[in-house]
Write a protein that binds this ligand. Structure first.
Ligand SMILES: [Ca+2]
Length: 246
């Protein structure tokens, strides 16, 4: 009887867990995404800039932080609409005054000591990949360095692509996609707390730097039993192949 009751509780637990996961749409495990807007539509009275993670499926709740001394939260628009897990996060790359859909994280003119960072729990995950959209009005590269930190250890620099200004031919900066693979940075795999930091150059007068659609993905680390089962399967296959040769 007690066993049946336990199984029932387990079934209810699984059902509740499935319901909770539905709120994350169809994102894969080991994903974190920031749209920087509180509604997918990114417009209207219910929408505002937010740096809380939009959807995530890591062990803990990933956090985003930025440094600088001149932020803007009223810059709407953002990069082009981005689709993740079947949800469209609207944006309008042509917008500059906040009246169109979408929000971004923005550093305003003359902002100094600029950076942004993400802290997350990678327990059970490896092979991190990152993509984002940026709009850099300055003639200099947006990102000056990139580093990772495991727990409270010292930051370690990693060479990543820069974020140069890209314009549309009429001297107006436009959003560009940026990505990097951290597959070779194995120190950040399967850790309870890692921090990734992008250091940005000073933002000159009459310019701005904008960030949108920050997406981190990763791969589940195979369970030891799955690895053993895989090895046993492979050795059994080899044995059969070997014996069939005689
Ligand atoms: Ca956005």
């Amino acid at each position: 009887m007690r066993k049946t009751y336990g199984l029932l509780l387990l079934s209810i637990g699984c059902a509740l867990s499935a319901i909770a996961n539905n709120s994350y749409a169809a994102i894969l495990p080991g994903t974190a995404f920031w749209s920087f807007q509180s509604t997918p539509a990114g417009t209207g009275a219910g929408n505002a800039f937010t740096q809380a993670v939009t959807v995530e499926s890591f062990a803990g709740t990933p956090t985003f932080a930025r440094a600088g001394n001149a932020f803007r939260t009223d810059l709407g628009g953002g990069a082009s609409s981005f689709v993740l897990g079947g949800v469209t996060y609207s944006g309008d790359p042509g917008n500059t005054n906040g009246s169109n859909p979408g929000n971004v994280a923005a550093w305003d003119q003359n902002s100094k000591d600029n950076s942004f960072s993400v802290t997350l729990d990678t327990t059970g995950f490896q092979d991190l990949q990152i993509r984002l959209d940026y709009r850099n009005n300055s003639t200099s590269n947006g990102v000056s360095s990139f580093s990772y930190r495991v727990g409270v250890n010292s930051a370690v620099n990693v060479i990543v692509p820069t974020m140069p200004r890209v314009n549309n031919g009429s001297n107006a900066a436009i959003f560009s996609a940026w990505s990097t693979s951290l597959t070779n940075v194995t120190a950040i795999n399967d850790r309870p707390s890692i921090t990734l930091t992008w250091n940005l150059l000073d933002v000159p007068d009459q310019t701005s730097f904008r960030l949108d659609n920050l997406l981190i993905t990763s791969s589940p680390i195979p369970e030891p039993m799955a690895v053993v089962a895989g090895l046993l399967g492979a050795s059994s296959l080899l044995r059969r192949r070997h014996s069939s040769q005689f």
